[in-house]
Design a protein around this ligand. Structure first.
Ligand code: KG4
Ligand code: ZN
Length: 330
């Protein structure tokens, strides 16, 4: 059994966690920066990086205290090394390098997407490889066949926007506060999903990928027409995203058989309409459905600690020259 300190700082959440290789989360601490970015309607990279510098050391101390352990008890130090906003990634990775250097513990440089991909294992002790993963976040929209640590077969990706990006842009268009996803979901609850006719890009297509740019433009036209209530636009938009995600995932279930479960991860997986539709899809295909609790779906350090634990146990440690990467495909 090994114990890993995980650090996450690739966007606007600063987080530290202690995770054991038997899937136990001993502590997790997280500080969002929503208030700092809200006036700008989105994450400002420079502000995020400075905030990580100020907040992260305290969170590491708090996580250690919450777990009742010291740095000396940790077997390795894992941090997100990308992809993400490079200033923030550098703060977390350099903090991990400093701690590794000071303690002599190994460093594990974790791909943020691998963290999302493996995090559902923390939510379900029985979840086993291989599983089919729909990874839907602000920067990514992918279907992955997760075969093992470091073994991800990408079945589909977006050819333009990510699903979370579409939510964020729709929110901005409707004048809703950042972060956009939860705001659109809240407004959609009072609207009619069939009220505004919107396209479902690539639905029914033979090719595997996602596309949301056309949907975004249609939302803009609907808003500019002045003929629809914002709640109806939000509800119709959300339904279109649901239909796209379900159709593409259904295609992947058929194209890549043999998964033990259908799993959803990433910030957009916090959306209740999306969760319910995917649960129904899994049920129709006799697949168990795994959706982590909301806090594990959005950015956090437990997923980085867990990916770090699996990599550490597989002997996959990194040198202190590990690069910080703005782009890093899984
Ligand atoms: O995984 P995540 O926390 O950060 C990365 O992009 O890595 O995902 C953030 C994204 C944002 O686009 C946010 O608007 C979206 O997830 N999101 C949601 C909801 N909660 C967060 N989208 C739709 N409905 C939600 N309830
Ligand atoms: Zn993320």
């Amino acid at each position: 059994m090994s114990l890993i300190l995980g650090i996450e700082s690739s966007c606007d959440e600063t987080a530290a966690a202690l995770v054991a290789s038997d899937r136990r989360i001993l502590a997790h601490r997280l500080a969002g920066q929503e208030a700092a970015h809200r006036p700008y309607g989105g994450v400002v990279p420079e502000i995020a990086a400075r905030a990580h510098v100020e907040i992260l050391p305290r969170l590491v101390e708090e996580a250690l205290a919450e777990a009742g352990v010291g740095l000396g008890d940790v077997d390795a130090i894992a941090a997100t090394a990308g992809p993400g906003l490079i200033g923030g990634v550098m703060v977390g990775l350099l903090t991990a390098k400093g701690l590794a250097l000071a303690t002599g513990k190994p460093l594990v440089a974790v791909n943020h997407l691998e963290g999302h991909a493996l995090s559902p294992m923390l939510a379900d002790p029985d979840l086993a490889f291989p599983y089919l993963l729909l990874l839907v976040s602000g920067g990514h929209c992918q279907l992955l066949f997760v075969e093992g640590v470091g073994r991800y077969r990408r079945l589909a990706t977006t050819i333009d926007d990510a699903a979370g990006e579409a939510f964020d842009k729709t929110a901005k268009l409707l004048g809703l506060a950042y972060p956009g996803g939860p705001a659109v979901e809240r407004v959609a609850a009072a609207g009619e999903a069939a009220a505004v006719p919107l396209p479902r890009p690539l639905v029914g297509s033979d090719e595997p990928h996602f596309s949301f740019a056309g949907l975004k433009s249609a939302v803009l036209r609907a808003k500019e027409s002045g003929r629809h209530a914002d709640a109806d636009i939000a509800a119709s938009f959300q339904q279109a995203v649901v239909d796209c995600l379900v159709d593409r995932t259904r295609r992947a279930i058929v194209a890549a058989p043999g998964a033990t479960a259908l799993v959803v991860a990433g910030g957009v997986a916090a959306n209740q309409a999306i969760r319910a539709a995917l649960a129904d899809l899994a049920h129709r295909h006799d697949l168990p459905f795994v959706a982590p609790p909301l806090w594990l779906c959005t950015d956090n350090a437990a997923m980085i600690g867990w990916a770090g634990a699996l990599r550490f146990e597989a002997g996959l440690i990194d040198g202190l020259d590990a690069p910080a990467r703005a782009r890093w495909p899984l």
